[in-house]
Design a protein around this ligand. Structure first.
Ligand SMILES: CC(C)(COP(=O)(O)OP(=O)(O)OC[C@H]1O[C@@H](n2cnc3c(N)ncnc32)[C@H](O)[C@@H]1OP(=O)(O)O)[C@@H](O)C(=O)NCCC(=O)NCCS
Length: 310
């Protein structure tokens, strides 16, 4: 098969072709994702500035797009020297011809030219559920990597990526959720986020809310972020909200604050029509697993996280 790979600017034309490729290859959960050039631009070209590089594979002689990969430099998560392969997709009729491996090799070569040059590259198999946000003990947030598609996994393994961690997607049915009592002198702050962090952009311009428990003097006791992606989140007929950035300041941990904040968050989400809520968590994050377990979350997917040293 004759094709060539090039670096492509994220013009509306290219983004439109990528959206078409993505939508045409969507399977299972992914068919909740009707991408368009405009949605992709909002995520990948915020304020007119491309967030990374697109490598595209084109069939010869038609020049039709048959595959793409997006690679990026993570700048907003406290790990400035990490790069990420955010998406790789080869159109189904053109698979098994080495296009994915060639795109990945080209992406790694391209990332060598990034400044600062990444020390490590994370592998994300697909955009929609490729992001596993995890708040680390120091309060920073880092995108994890998760993939559970065997073909994508093999592709990355062959390119020298290693499994470094396991991650889980957990979900709770909140229709019967029980709010926990509010400690005396404490209250909640619930407000739409107006920030433009990576998380906010990944959420593709949909509304995200902060939900925080604090003392009346303003001292923060625990916080979390929640949101709903209308088109994407109606899974098996349910309105699934997403939960991110669960975090209790270090000196306030183990006092029940995260449990109180999340039980109230779940109650709030229930009153606005939510039926279940989902979170991604590292499989070795014992405090977080105990917290979610106590709130009725159960594992719905196990995922592998892959990295490659440059
Ligand atoms: C996870 C985290 C938010 C828990 O906050 P917290 O306010 O200490 O949690 P709570 O006091 O409400 O405890 C909730 C449950 O977790 C358990 N737990 C809390 N810390 C724990 C620890 N270090 N080890 C084991 N279990 C722990 C508690 O026993 C409690 O369960 P129980 O009520 O059934 O006894 C906190 O450890 C944190 O901020 N960690 C860093 C950020 C992070 O990893 N966030 C999760 C991202 S997915």
């Amino acid at each position: 098969m004759d094709y060539h790979i090039q670096i492509s600017a994220p013009t509306p034309d290219i983004l439109g072709e990528i959206a078409r490729l993505w939508n045409g290859n969507a399977t299972a959960r992914h068919d909740f994702f009707p991408w368009s050039a405009a949605l992709l631009a909002r995520l990948l070209v915020p304020a007119g500035n491309p967030t990374g590089r697109f490598l595209t594979a084109h069939h010869r002689p038609s020049n039709a797009l048959i595959g793409f990969i997006h690679c990026n430099q993570l700048r907003e998560d406290g790990y400035p020297r990490a790069g990420v392969v955010e998406a790789v997709m080869v159109d189904a009729p053109y698979r098994r011809h080495g296009v994915g491996a060639a795109l990945l090799a080209a992406a790694l070569r391209t990332m060598e030219t990034f400044r600062p040059r990444p020390d490590i590259v994370d592998a994300l198999g697909a955009w929609p559920f490729g992001y596993a946000f995890n708040t680390l003990a120091d309060g920073s947030e880092r995108s994890g990597v998760f993939m559970n598609e065997p073909d994508v996994y093999r592709l990355f393994r062959r390119a020298g990526f290693e499994v470094v961690r396991q991650s889980r997607v957990m979900r709770a049915d909140i229709r019967g959720s029980r709010p926990r009592p509010i400690p005396p002198g404490c209250g909640f702050h619930i407000a739409k986020r107006t920030e433009n962090t990576w998380l906010d952009r990944v959420f593709r311009g949909r509304e995200l809310y902060d939900h925080a428990l604090s003392r009346q003097n303003g001292q923060l006791l625990s916080r979390a972020i929640f949101g709903f992606m209308e088109a994407e989140s109606r899974h098996q007929g349910q309105a699934v909200f997403s939960l991110f950035g669960v975090n209790t300041p270090y000196d306030q941990q183990r006092k029940g604050y995260a449990g109180i904040n999340l039980s109230r968050l779940m109650e709030h989400v229930r009153t606005i029509g939510g039926e279940s809520i989902e979170i991604h968590v590292y499989a070795d994050n014992q405090p977080a697993l105990a917290l979610y377990d106590g709130l009725g979350f159960a594992t719905v997917a196990d995922t592998l996280m892959l990295h490659r040293r440059m």
